[in-house]
Design a protein around this ligand. Structure first.
Ligand code: BMA
Length: 313
């Protein structure tokens, strides 16, 4: 019996350094969105210096991507952004809301890691909007809908005291965020006991918001990054309705097990396969994009009905 909820594409990996027309060492963690019947993929690459930039690839079918000749975002050289992006830009997520694509990304510098917000309407011009967290924050996904007039995001502050957990914060203007609280914690001696973090931008289904996140388990051989899935209430995303007890994807393919960082599957983006549907049905499919071993990009498909977790673990 095939127990896998998530089915890997047989043509994986779908993007490697050989596809990139400029010198980079890796191609991985990518935000993905649909734009004019095309799939847009904004992916992270390590430069030979070890610092990161973001490249852009486009596809008609979600599996075969062509990379643009130039990177899409490199560390800013002016203004406030220059100081806080000096060590690189990483792990972008894309949220389409109010006719614009919002990009949240990790901005690294001597001051730590914080979250930058940029936006684009046409994937040609990109405008930086603000630095929307202090250090140490990563993995920000904005919900593609407002709740009582407020934007909502899942985020992951750093903590030395508690295991790193998923929080929610709200904003009326995308710049100032607050009303923050914890929504999900790692579970002790479970596949995600070390830390969890938001993954793909949440997807609306009739049962709730599907959120594919990552969880980390420490072993004698280093950390293992896997993917899990949680369901958030449609009208109150701070309420987690259910969480799948098991992981839905773990490193298994050779390029997931070995690479720049071993044993990593890490998602920043998942999109519905069907076009132009605001809310998905149970039978619809989702394409889950993930970085493998921080080195290449793979994709897998999953049915909405199979992803919806049955109970709160
Ligand atoms: C996390 C992030 C991810 C990365 C993962 C595995 O902390 O830095 O970008 O994929 O580690 O190295």
């Amino acid at each position: 019996m095939d127990r896998s909820i998530v089915k890997r594409y047989e043509g994986n990996p779908i993007l490697t350094v050989d596809d990139i027309p400029y010198p980079v060492e890796t191609v991985h963690n990518a935000g993905v969105a649909k734009y004019n019947d095309k799939y847009i993929m904004l992916f992270r690459s390590h430069l030979p210096t070890g610092r990161c930039i973001l490249g852009l690839a486009e596809s008609d079918d979600g599996f075969n991507f062509k990379v643009r000749p130039e990177p899409f975002m490199v560390p800013a050289t002016e203004g406030i952004f220059a100081e806080y992006e000096a060590y690189g830009v990483e792990d972008p997520r894309i949220c389409y809301i109010d006719g614009e694509y919002l990009i949240t990304y990790s901005a690294y510098s001597q001051h730590g890691v914080r979250i930058g917000l940029a936006k684009t309407q046409d994937w040609e011009r990109v405008e930086r909007v603000g630095l929307i967290s202090q250090a140490d924050m990563r993995n920000v996904v904005i919900f593609p809908r407002k709740f009582d007039g407020r934007y909502a995001r899942l985020d992951r502050p750093h903590s030395e005291i508690s295991p790193w957990s998923i929080w929610i914060s709200y904003s009326t203007d995308l710049i100032y965020w607050g009303d923050s609280r914890v929504v999900m914690n790692p579970v002790k001696y479970h596949w995600d006991e070390m830390k969890i973090g938001p993954g793909a931008t949440p997807i609306e289904t009739p049962k709730g918001w599907l959120h594919i996140y990552h969880g980390v388990f420490p072993t004698m051989d280093g950390a293992i990054y896997r993917l899990g899935v949680a369901l958030h209430d449609l009208n109150d995303p701070s309420k987690v309705i259910s969480v799948c007890d098991r992981w839905i994807l773990q490193p298994e393919d050779p390029w997931e097990v070995t690479g720049y960082v071993h044993n990593v599957v890490f998602t920043c983006g998942a999109v519905p396969r069907e076009d132009n549907k605001e809310i998905l049905d149970a039978a619809d499919e989702i394409l889950v994009y993930y970085g493998a071993a921080d080195t290449v990009i793979s994709v897998a498909t999953a049915r909405v009905a199979d992803l919806i977790p049955g109970e709160l673990r």
